[in-house]
Design a protein. Structure first.
Length: 193
Protein backbone atom coordinates (compact mmCIF):
# COMPACT_ATOMS: atom_id res chain seq x y z
CA UNK A 1 0.00 0.00 0.00
CA UNK A 2 1.43 3.43 -0.92
CA UNK A 3 2.77 5.53 1.96
CA UNK A 4 0.26 8.39 1.53
CA UNK A 5 -2.67 5.96 1.86
CA UNK A 6 -1.14 4.38 4.98
CA UNK A 7 -0.59 7.85 6.46
CA UNK A 8 -4.16 8.95 5.66
CA UNK A 9 -5.73 5.87 7.23
CA UNK A 10 -3.42 6.11 10.26
CA UNK A 11 -4.34 9.79 10.70
CA UNK A 12 -8.03 8.94 10.51
CA UNK A 13 -7.66 6.19 13.13
CA UNK A 14 -5.63 8.50 15.40
CA UNK A 15 -8.18 11.31 15.21
CA UNK A 16 -11.32 9.15 14.89
CA UNK A 17 -12.74 10.02 18.32
CA UNK A 18 -12.29 13.76 17.84
CA UNK A 19 -13.74 13.56 14.32
CA UNK A 20 -16.85 11.70 15.50
CA UNK A 21 -17.42 14.22 18.32
CA UNK A 22 -17.08 17.09 15.84
CA UNK A 23 -19.54 15.30 13.53
CA UNK A 24 -22.04 15.03 16.39
CA UNK A 25 -21.66 18.73 17.25
CA UNK A 26 -21.81 19.81 13.59
CA UNK A 27 -24.96 17.77 12.96
CA UNK A 28 -26.78 20.10 15.38
CA UNK A 29 -26.43 22.94 12.87
CA UNK A 30 -29.24 23.42 10.32
CA UNK A 31 -28.73 21.33 7.19
CA UNK A 32 -28.73 24.37 4.91
CA UNK A 33 -25.94 25.94 6.96
CA UNK A 34 -23.85 22.73 6.83
CA UNK A 35 -24.29 22.61 3.04
CA UNK A 36 -23.20 26.27 2.88
CA UNK A 37 -20.12 25.50 4.98
CA UNK A 38 -19.22 22.60 2.65
CA UNK A 39 -19.22 25.08 -0.24
CA UNK A 40 -17.20 27.62 1.75
CA UNK A 41 -14.56 25.05 2.74
CA UNK A 42 -14.44 23.30 -0.65
CA UNK A 43 -11.15 25.04 -1.46
CA UNK A 44 -9.58 24.99 2.01
CA UNK A 45 -6.11 23.42 1.64
CA UNK A 46 -4.28 20.75 3.61
CA UNK A 47 -5.29 18.11 6.12
CA UNK A 48 -7.46 20.54 8.05
CA UNK A 49 -9.50 21.18 4.90
CA UNK A 50 -9.84 17.44 4.28
CA UNK A 51 -11.01 16.95 7.87
CA UNK A 52 -13.54 19.77 7.70
CA UNK A 53 -14.99 18.47 4.42
CA UNK A 54 -15.26 14.93 5.84
CA UNK A 55 -17.06 16.16 8.97
CA UNK A 56 -19.50 18.21 6.89
CA UNK A 57 -20.22 15.55 4.25
CA UNK A 58 -20.70 12.90 6.94
CA UNK A 59 -23.46 15.03 8.47
CA UNK A 60 -25.14 15.73 5.12
CA UNK A 61 -25.31 12.32 3.39
CA UNK A 62 -27.68 9.41 4.00
CA UNK A 63 -24.85 7.15 5.24
CA UNK A 64 -21.09 7.60 5.37
CA UNK A 65 -18.31 5.19 6.27
CA UNK A 66 -14.88 6.04 7.58
CA UNK A 67 -11.85 7.47 5.83
CA UNK A 68 -13.64 9.31 3.02
CA UNK A 69 -11.23 11.72 1.34
CA UNK A 70 -12.71 14.77 -0.38
CA UNK A 71 -10.15 16.87 -2.24
CA UNK A 72 -10.50 20.55 -2.98
CA UNK A 73 -13.22 22.00 -5.21
CA UNK A 74 -15.56 18.98 -5.17
CA UNK A 75 -19.29 19.68 -5.58
CA UNK A 76 -22.01 17.60 -3.91
CA UNK A 77 -25.64 18.36 -4.80
CA UNK A 78 -28.56 16.65 -3.08
CA UNK A 79 -26.22 14.91 -0.60
CA UNK A 80 -29.19 13.65 1.44
CA UNK A 81 -29.63 11.02 -1.32
CA UNK A 82 -25.99 9.89 -1.26
CA UNK A 83 -24.72 6.75 0.53
CA UNK A 84 -20.97 6.30 0.96
CA UNK A 85 -18.95 3.30 2.19
CA UNK A 86 -15.44 3.49 3.69
CA UNK A 87 -12.06 4.23 2.12
CA UNK A 88 -13.41 6.36 -0.73
CA UNK A 89 -11.55 9.19 -2.43
CA UNK A 90 -13.05 12.02 -4.46
CA UNK A 91 -10.23 13.93 -6.13
CA UNK A 92 -10.22 17.54 -7.31
CA UNK A 93 -13.28 18.88 -9.06
CA UNK A 94 -15.45 15.79 -8.72
CA UNK A 95 -19.12 16.63 -9.34
CA UNK A 96 -21.82 14.50 -7.70
CA UNK A 97 -25.56 15.17 -8.05
CA UNK A 98 -27.59 12.60 -6.12
CA UNK A 99 -31.07 13.89 -7.00
CA UNK A 100 -32.07 10.33 -7.99
CA UNK A 101 -29.98 8.48 -5.34
CA UNK A 102 -26.37 7.39 -5.55
CA UNK A 103 -24.75 4.61 -3.53
CA UNK A 104 -21.00 3.97 -3.44
CA UNK A 105 -19.43 0.90 -1.80
CA UNK A 106 -16.03 0.79 -0.09
CA UNK A 107 -12.52 1.08 -1.53
CA UNK A 108 -13.54 3.29 -4.45
CA UNK A 109 -11.40 6.00 -6.05
CA UNK A 110 -12.78 8.81 -8.22
CA UNK A 111 -10.00 10.67 -10.07
CA UNK A 112 -10.19 14.40 -10.75
CA UNK A 113 -13.00 15.89 -12.82
CA UNK A 114 -15.33 12.88 -12.52
CA UNK A 115 -19.09 13.54 -12.82
CA UNK A 116 -21.78 11.30 -11.32
CA UNK A 117 -25.31 12.34 -12.25
CA UNK A 118 -28.49 10.51 -11.20
CA UNK A 119 -31.07 12.25 -13.39
CA UNK A 120 -31.81 12.93 -17.04
CA UNK A 121 -33.60 15.87 -18.60
CA UNK A 122 -36.73 15.06 -20.55
CA UNK A 123 -37.22 16.65 -23.95
CA UNK A 124 -40.39 15.30 -25.55
CA UNK A 125 -42.76 18.24 -24.99
CA UNK A 126 -42.84 20.34 -28.14
CA UNK A 127 -42.95 24.07 -27.53
CA UNK A 128 -41.62 23.93 -23.97
CA UNK A 129 -37.94 24.76 -23.40
CA UNK A 130 -35.97 21.62 -22.53
CA UNK A 131 -34.61 23.10 -19.31
CA UNK A 132 -38.16 23.50 -17.94
CA UNK A 133 -39.28 19.95 -18.69
CA UNK A 134 -39.38 17.37 -15.93
CA UNK A 135 -36.45 15.21 -14.83
CA UNK A 136 -36.20 11.42 -14.82
CA UNK A 137 -34.57 10.43 -11.53
CA UNK A 138 -32.61 7.17 -11.73
CA UNK A 139 -30.41 5.37 -9.20
CA UNK A 140 -26.66 5.06 -9.65
CA UNK A 141 -25.04 2.10 -7.86
CA UNK A 142 -21.27 1.75 -7.60
CA UNK A 143 -20.05 -1.35 -5.75
CA UNK A 144 -16.71 -1.85 -3.93
CA UNK A 145 -13.19 -1.96 -5.34
CA UNK A 146 -13.83 0.39 -8.25
CA UNK A 147 -11.36 2.80 -9.82
CA UNK A 148 -12.83 5.62 -11.91
CA UNK A 149 -10.32 7.52 -14.08
CA UNK A 150 -10.16 11.26 -14.62
CA UNK A 151 -12.91 12.91 -16.61
CA UNK A 152 -15.26 9.92 -16.49
CA UNK A 153 -19.01 10.62 -16.73
CA UNK A 154 -21.27 8.20 -14.85
CA UNK A 155 -24.83 8.90 -15.96
CA UNK A 156 -28.25 8.13 -14.49
CA UNK A 157 -29.11 4.45 -14.26
CA UNK A 158 -25.50 3.24 -14.20
CA UNK A 159 -24.64 0.12 -12.21
CA UNK A 160 -20.96 -0.60 -11.68
CA UNK A 161 -20.15 -3.95 -10.07
CA UNK A 162 -17.11 -4.69 -7.89
CA UNK A 163 -13.67 -5.06 -9.46
CA UNK A 164 -14.17 -2.53 -12.25
CA UNK A 165 -11.75 0.01 -13.71
CA UNK A 166 -13.24 2.78 -15.85
CA UNK A 167 -10.58 4.45 -18.02
CA UNK A 168 -10.15 8.21 -18.32
CA UNK A 169 -12.77 10.19 -20.27
CA UNK A 170 -15.17 7.26 -20.55
CA UNK A 171 -18.95 7.72 -20.43
CA UNK A 172 -21.32 5.12 -19.03
CA UNK A 173 -25.02 4.72 -18.33
CA UNK A 174 -25.27 0.95 -18.32
CA UNK A 175 -24.32 -2.08 -16.19
CA UNK A 176 -20.57 -2.69 -15.96
CA UNK A 177 -19.42 -6.09 -14.71
CA UNK A 178 -15.88 -6.91 -13.49
CA UNK A 179 -13.21 -5.75 -15.95
CA UNK A 180 -11.61 -2.69 -17.53
CA UNK A 181 -13.81 -0.30 -19.55
CA UNK A 182 -12.92 2.54 -21.88
CA UNK A 183 -14.59 4.78 -24.41
CA UNK A 184 -17.82 6.62 -25.01
CA UNK A 185 -19.92 4.63 -24.46
CA UNK A 186 -17.70 2.61 -22.13
CA UNK A 187 -16.98 -0.87 -23.52
CA UNK A 188 -15.11 -3.72 -21.85
CA UNK A 189 -11.54 -3.75 -23.18
CA UNK A 190 -9.94 -6.19 -20.74
CA UNK A 191 -10.79 -8.86 -18.21
CA UNK A 192 -9.20 -8.58 -14.80
CA UNK A 193 -7.19 -11.55 -13.47
Amino acid sequence: MPENIKNGRASFRRWRGVILVLCAITSLLPQIFRAYLLDVFSGFPGRIGVGIRYILIRTLVKTCGENVYIARWCVFKNPQNLSLGSNISFHERAYVDAAGNISVGSDVSFAHSVSIISFEHRYELYGQPFKYQSLDLRNVCIASNVWVGCGVRILAGSVIDSDVVVAANSVTKKHLTAGVYAGSPAMKVKELP
